[in-house]
Design a binder for this molecule. Structure first.
Ligand SMILES: C[S@@+](CC[C@H](N)C(=O)[O-])C[C@H]1O[C@@H](n2cnc3c(N)ncnc32)[C@H](O)[C@@H]1O
Length: 474
């Protein structure tokens, strides 16, 4: 590629990134308004009630006022998070320079604006579907039980460093002890100059999905779910790496790291841990919690307010969650902890990554693939010989049922075939179990989705053994 072409490509990708990022920030900024609109809708319905029914439910107007207070608390958290965010690209560029760009047109390298909630579970209608081109839905996440709401979509994006390399960035986390006692951040220029525009409701739903993910990763209420999902992984890592020297710690990669708790826990175990994540929705939030929080319980959010369905009581629905449940900077991380923004395939299918990792941990990630075979091939390539791959999760393929998107690829294999593919790429199964788990479930709701997640540890055989296996397969 000539240097002119390269420059044009970079400019194009940067413009795409700005466009994605604007949309995501707008989704966050639209949160209070969209939530207020919901409350107004509840009030409209209430006003339509006959007098006798109104009298019976006379507590509801007060509930709506309380909901408004909860929305302001959530909005305050979101706004502080946005104020702390430093966009990796120059957001002051003209709107017009980005407007001609088609969101779905650049399928590589830059962090797209796919949905973090590629986690929506098939709770009601069976599965989430794509809403517009360039957006993908699905995932494992507990459905937003605001029953009449659209299901969430799937966008993706890049964070810092991306603009330089277009291959993902792996910035060490600062996890600072910076004094935040001086009060909330000033509003940064990029927010001041952001044009205020409305985004589709599905985008705001992604913000709500991030809020539920915060409970999974960073609230005491998520402990049960973390014990189901993260604890078995941490125990396996400890078993396989009993001696973790401080001088030369083992390395562990966590693709699809979400809000970063698992990657942090792995770091605290004595690994050089790297989370990889391609959603800006997630990265903006994880970066805030990991780098900016100063105290346990510094923030209060009300994660469950957006659904009136399946609540046992209004108090349950309106309850608060304090976050974070631990202070990340004081958790005892191992030096070298980082979060890497970018698409797993783009970032790690690179010669520099071959044989780079002692362990790869995938948790609710494998089924985010367009092509799961490609994921497994890359995991095999980037592991050292003898390295371990620990996986936990279902096979709720995120790109399955992409009705109306004929060029959307989705390879959906059963567990048996996934294991066959892994064997082909040199893996030997050392442990296999089924573990019952939830994903971003409201533990007090009357409806909860449970997964019978596949859990395994596989070891990558030595190259010699792998090539023998390959030649036998041919
Ligand atoms: C279902 S969530 C699981 C998050 C986390 N591992 C957990 O267990 O809470 C899947 C995550 O993978 C991310 N993701 C999906 N495809 C990805 C890709 N190709 N590269 C990097 N991250 C990806 C999504 O943005 C999302 O945060």
């Amino acid at each position: 590629m000539s240097s002119d072409e390269e420059l044009r490509r970079r400019k194009y990708e940067e413009a795409l990134e700005i466009k994605s990022l604007r949309r995501i920030i707008s989704a966050y900024l639209n949160y209070p308004e969209a939530a207020e609109e919901d409350v107004r809708r509840y009030e409209r319905s209430f006003r339509k009630l006959p007098m006798a029914h109104k009298a019976l439910l006379s507590h509801l107007p007060l509930k709506y006022q309380k909901l408004r207070r909860c929305i302001s608390k959530n909005s305050f958290f979101i706004f502080e998070m946005l104020k702390a965010f430093e966009p990796p690209v120059d957001m002051s560029q003209d709107d017009e320079s980005c407007d001609h760009l088609d969101d779905g047109s650049c399928g590589h390298a830059h962090l797209e604006d796919r949905d973090p909630c590629s986690c929506e579970s098939a709770s009601v209608s069976g599965r989430a579907h794509s809403k517009t081109s360039g957006e993908v839905l699905t995932g494992h996440e507990e459905k937003n039980e605001n029953c009449s709401e659209p299901e969430s979509g799937n966008l993706a994006v890049s964070l810092e460093g991306q603009k330089e390399t277009h291959k993902g960035c792996c910035d060490p986390l600062t996890v600072s002890d910076k004094d935040m006692s001086s009060g909330p951040h000033e509003s940064p220029d990029y927010l001041e100059s952001m044009p205020h525009f409305h985004v589709p409701l599905v985008d705001v739903d992604k913000v709500r999905c991030v809020i539920r993910n915060i409970v999974r990763d960073w609230a005491a209420e998520g402990q049960k779910e973390r014990d189901q999902c993260y604890k078995p992984i941490l125990e396996e890592l400890t078993r396989h790496f009993p001696e973790r020297s401080k001088e030369s710690p083992p390395t562990c990669l966590v693709p699809g790291a979400g809000l970063g708790r698992l990657a942090l826990e792995i770091s605290c175990l004595g690994f050089i841990s790297q989370g990889n994540e391609f959603s800006y929705y997630m990265m903006i939030c994880s970066s805030f919690i990991l780098n900016q929080t100063q105290d346990v319980g510094e923030w209060t959010i009300h994660p469950w307010i957006h659904s009136n369905c399946n609540s046992l009581s209004d108090a349950d629905q309106l309850r608060a969650a304090s976050i974070p449940d631990i202070h990340p900077a004081g958790a005892g991380i191992t030096e070298g902890f980082s979060m890497c923004g970018g698409d797993f395939v783009e970032v790690y299918n690179d010669p520099s990554q071959v044989g780079a990792w002692d362990a790869v941990v995938t948790c609710f990630f494998l089924d985010t693939a367009h092509n799961i075979v490609e994921y497994i091939e890359i995991i095999s390539k980037i592991l050292k010989d003898g390295g371990v791959w620990i996986n936990l999760g279902p096979l709720l393929y995120h790109f399955a049922d992409m009705y109306g998107q004929e060029d959307e690829m989705s390879i959906e294999l059963c567990l048996e075939d996934v294991k066959k593919v892994a064997t082909h790429y040199g893996f030997e199964l050392e442990l296999e179990k089924t573990i019952e788990t939830t994903y971003t479930t409201n533990p007090r709701a009357m409806m909860q989705n449970h997964y019978f997640s596949a859990f395994w540890t596989m070891r990558k055989k030595s190259s010699v053994a792998t090539s023998i296996q390959e030649s036998m397969d041919e």
